[in-house]
Design a protein around this ligand. Structure first.
Ligand SMILES: Nc1ncnc2c1ncn2[C@@H]1O[C@H](COP(=O)(O)OP(=O)(O)OP(=O)(O)O)[C@@H](O)[C@H]1O
Ligand SMILES: [Mg+2]
Length: 216
């Protein structure tokens, strides 16, 4: 069973959005069974959003906190889950440290905005300090303007310089209404055939392929 933790100190970086779309996409793949864990005990956004918008019975979602996460993981192993994706709160603390410690792969989204870049160092530090040997960790740029390639390049350079031991996932998630609209219809991006969702859908497929290759 592979554990993927989505971690960034700054709010709004797209942690929950990523957990939703990646979780549903991976769960729909033959042979996979995904457990989503919402470890953002204060906001409970992933849990609430699933409860309200999603009719499908899968993937399974649970709430978790530092006190019960080991138990949830042991249960998931016994039940034959292949992947656990953990959504975390937007502040470094026990829940984030725990999610980093237990992960096989850590995904650290950074929104392409100057307001986010300056806090990313805290995320980098918590990952470097808690990641277990052998675990992988990647940053992923999110919410990038679709016409702002030059800004994206500046952010790539920023990450390469400031977070040298956190390689960058080879996908950029752009700011696209489809990321939100598909959630509103209770679906993962890869469950919709709507032509307007294709660009976002392809970003998730590319990111998921990369993650699967890395945790194989
Ligand atoms: N690529 C995107 N395109 C368009 N909207 C997006 C994208 N990613 C996220 N959003 C929107 O941005 C907002 C913040 O996203 P989300 O809740 O996933 O971030 P978060 O990192 O989980 O935030 P928090 O730290 O508060 O938990 C939401 O309204 C979401 O719908
Ligand atoms: Mg969230």
């Amino acid at each position: 069973m592979k554990i993927i933790s989505v971690v960034t100190e700054k709010g709004g970086a797209a942690k929950t959005t990523l957990a939703w779309h990646l979780g549903i996409h991976l769960d729909n793949k033959r042979g996979n069974r995904v457990l989503l864990l919402d470890a953002d005990a204060k906001q409970r956004t992933l849990w609430k959003t699933f409860d309200f918008f999603r009719d499908a019975p899968q993937p399974i979602i649970n709430e978790a906190h530092t006190g019960n996460i080991d138990e949830k993981l042991a249960e998931a192993r016994d039940l034959g889950f292949t992947h656990v994706i953990i959504d975390t709160p937007p502040h470094v603390g026990a829940a984030v440290e725990k999610a980093v410690k237990i992960a096989d792969l850590i995904l650290a989204p950074l929104a392409v905005s100057p307001l986010d870049a300056l806090t990313f160092n805290d995320t980098y530090e918590v990952i470097q300090a808690n990641k277990r040997p052998g675990a992988k960790a990647f940053s992923v740029l999110t919410r990038a303007g679709t016409r702002s390639q030059a800004t994206v390049d500046v952010f790539k350079e920023f990450l390469a310089t400031n977070c040298p031991e956190l390689p960058q996932a080879p996908t950029v998630m752009h700011e696209r209404a489809a990321y939100r609209d598909s959630i509103q219809s209770g679906k993962g991006l890869t469950e919709t055939r709507d032509l307007r969702s294709m660009a976002a859908r392809n970003e998730i497929i590319k990111l998921a392929k990369f993650i699967e290759k890395e945790i194989k």
